[in-house]
Ligand binder design. Structure first.
Ligand SMILES: NC(=O)c1ccc[n+]([C@@H]2O[C@H](COP(=O)([O-])OP(=O)(O)OC[C@H]3O[C@@H](n4cnc5c(N)ncnc54)[C@H](OP(=O)(O)O)[C@@H]3O)[C@@H](O)[C@H]2O)c1
Length: 318
């Protein structure tokens, strides 16, 4: 168990350091997007800054905008100019000449100190002439609402995209090692969660970045089915053709193991927060907001699992 948590903690650290691995899934962009509304193709428009553009949603947002011929600037630490949430002095160079920003904070939004960060960022964006913000948010946590409030009170056009747990946490994120190990051991009990696909989140974010009709909307994105973590393990088992178990473990044991694995304090904080607050059952209901935004239903976990199962991601390397 400890070594599994260690593997997971190191995966979370990689994620918090930025996902540098080249995941197959990110290259599987749909050839045509099935958005309800036609996007105006505009290579002349000022660029959109895509933050977290090497991460689960940001990378998808960036590639979709590029496919539409929409000019973008990548906002990551490795980009030029680099964007780093912890280095405010570098933000102006990234925001210069930018019309819209996909705001995607790398860690969990409510991490202590983050409210000051978003206020400072929005101030700078306004001063630089940014006109539109699309915020990736959590689903209703009190602290996430502080971020949303800053964006909504900014005087800029805004769209809030509240997301449930991503399918891709099991293929590109913290828990992929657990799938390899054949056991998803997490303090999630039998809580139900309406897991949502990062492709759907990216499609909604791109619609919001490119079409003013999404202005002022709060989209609360869920999949079409509530799943427990045992259901997730079962869906993955069916897709890969071997048994992946789910074992519910106590939160304090899990957090202590993450800490003992040498994970940095912000990762320990995030893991504790995720399972204590973000996954407490409050969000065990579905919305039709993917359909409302895109005119098509969300991708099912089973479809996601089948797509990943034919790649190397969940393959066990002997
Ligand atoms: N995962 C979920 O299930 C879920 C559900 C709801 C909401 N959310 C929200 O989604 C957001 C993203 O979470 P995620 O886990 O999916 O992460 P992610 O977007 O997959 O990855 C993190 C991204 O942030 C960038 N990054 C890391 N540190 C940075 C820094 N100091 N400055 C600038 N960029 C940095 C990384 O780029 P570089 O390393 O290349 O700089 C990478 O592109 C969070 O706000 C979270 O609350 C997630």
């Amino acid at each position: 168990m400890a070594c599994r948590v260690k593997a997971m903690a190191s995966a979370v650290k990689k994620s918090s350091d930025g996902l540098r691995h080249t995941s197959h899934v990110l290259d599987q962009q749909p050839k045509e997007m099935t958005m309800k509304r036609e996007h105006r193709k505009s290579s002349q428009a000022p660029p959109t800054l895509v933050l977290g553009a090497t991460g689960k949603t940001g990378r998808r947002v960036a590639s979709r905008l590029q496919a539409l011929g929409w000019p973008i600037r990548i906002g990551t630490r490795g980009a030029s100019p680099p964007f780093d949430w912890t280095l405010e002095k570098g933000w102006d160079a990234c925001l210069e000449g930018i019309a819209a920003v996909y705001v995607n904070y790398p860690s969990d939004l409510p991490i202590p100190g983050s409210a000051k960060t978003i206020s400072a960022f929005v101030d700078k964006a306004k001063r630089q002439g940014v006109r539109r913000l699309v915020l990736l948010s959590g689903r209703g946590e009190a602290e996430a609402k502080i971020w949303e409030g800053v964006v909504q009170d900014s005087g800029l056009d805004w769209t809030i995209v509240r997301a449930s747990w991503f399918h891709q946490n099991f293929s590109e994120g913290a828990f992929v090692e657990m799938v390899h190990a054949g056991q998803i051991a997490l303090p999630a009990g039998d809580t139900l969660e309406p897991f949502v696909d990062a492709d759907d989140i990216a499609d909604v974010a791109v619609a919001a970045l490119t079409d003013p009709r999404h202005r002022g909307e709060i989209y609360e994105l869920t999949g079409s089915r509530l799943l427990s973590f045992a259901d997730v393990a079962s869906e993955i088992s069916q897709a890969v053709g071997r048994t992946i178990e789910y074992r519910s473990i106590p939160l304090d044991v899990f957090v202590a193991d993450v800490e003992a694995s040498g994970a940095p304090p912000e990762v320990v904080w995030t893991m504790d927060y995720l399972f204590r607050k973000a996954l407490d059952g409050r969000n065990a209901y579905l919305t039709d907001d993917v359909t409302r935004a895109l005119g098509r239903p969300p991708k099912a976990f089973s479809a996601f699992a089948r797509e990943v199962a034919i790649t190397e991601t969940w393959r066990i390397v002997a």
